[in-house]
Design a protein around this ligand. Structure first.
Ligand SMILES: CSCCC(=O)C(=O)COP(=O)(O)O
Ligand SMILES: [Mg+2]
Length: 232
């Protein structure tokens, strides 16, 4: 089946998990209190704070307690939309000042460039906010890769473990599920995307760059290189 588009996850797939956990999360954690206090009246921040309070059923929570809640969510790696929105807004300054530089695996940057050049449409689907996705690729250590992508999806389209999210993305990009290849390190995301009819490959960064095998018929690859060999 011809692949017309690649839909990729970020953390663990294009980008080391260590960058997210050891650079991005601590950066946001150290600044979230000051940021929320300085910007709480701005509509996007106010909306995210209200959504965070509502998520756990505490609409009346004061700002300090809400900040405490958000810090706990960072420590728990909770994939909560309002937290992801705030993190994206906080990271912007870090990228613009050059304190943060998005890490993208060499092979991921290489094949994303090649696939784009050969007419494959590229899309991102990550739990990180669309803003955060554009930043990590736009300010990457492999140059500005954000321009390679035709669209970005976060959990506003639905949770990554739900099959309906992948059906929705296929509809939104106007490409049949069978012509979209989804790449992720998360086996449960792979199951959900496969059930929606997408083609799938799981990236396992613990394998060698050229190593690959199949599990239940699904390609498990150490990098984007075996994916290219198998699908293109
Ligand atoms: C988009 S950069 C920030 C990464 C992040 O916060 C995250 O939750 C990544 O999750 P993914 O769905 O890309 O594994
Ligand atoms: Mg991931």
């Amino acid at each position: 089946m011809r692949i017309a588009a690649v839909l990729t996850d970020i953390e663990g797939t294009t980008t080391p998990i260590s960058f997210v956990h050891e650079a991005l999360f601590p950066y946001a954690r150290a600044r979230i209190a000051e940021f929320c206090k300085a910007h709480e009246a701005e509509p996007e921040v106010a909306e995210a704070l209200a959504a965070a309070r509502a998520l756990d059923g505490y609409p009346g929570l004061d700002l300090d307690t809400t900040i405490g809640l958000l810090i706990r969510w960072i420590d728990e790696d909770r994939k909560a939309g309002p937290l992801k929105t705030l993190q994206g807004l906080i990271w912007r300054k870090g990228y613009e000042e050059g304190v943060l530089k998005g890490q993208v695996y060499e092979d991921a940057a290489d094949y994303l460039n090649r696939w784009h050049a050969s007419g494959i449409s590229l899309f991102v689907y990550s739990s990180g906010s669309v803003e955060a996705q554009k930043l990590i690729f736009g300010y990457s250590d492999k140059g500005d890769l954000a321009t390679l992508f035709s669209g970005f999806f976060d959990t506003a389209v639905g949770a990554k473990l739900e099959t309906a999210s992948y059906e929705r993305i296929a509809r939104e990009v106007g490409i049949k599920p069978a012509n979209i290849l989804f790449l992720s390190d998360n086996p449960e995301e792979i199951v959900a995307a496969k059930a929606a009819g997408l083609q799938v490959a799981r990236i396992d960064r613990a394998l060698g760059l050229d190593d690959a095998h199949r599990e239940d018929g699904v390609l498990v690859a150490g990098s984007f290189s075996p994916v290219d060999r198998d699908f293109f």
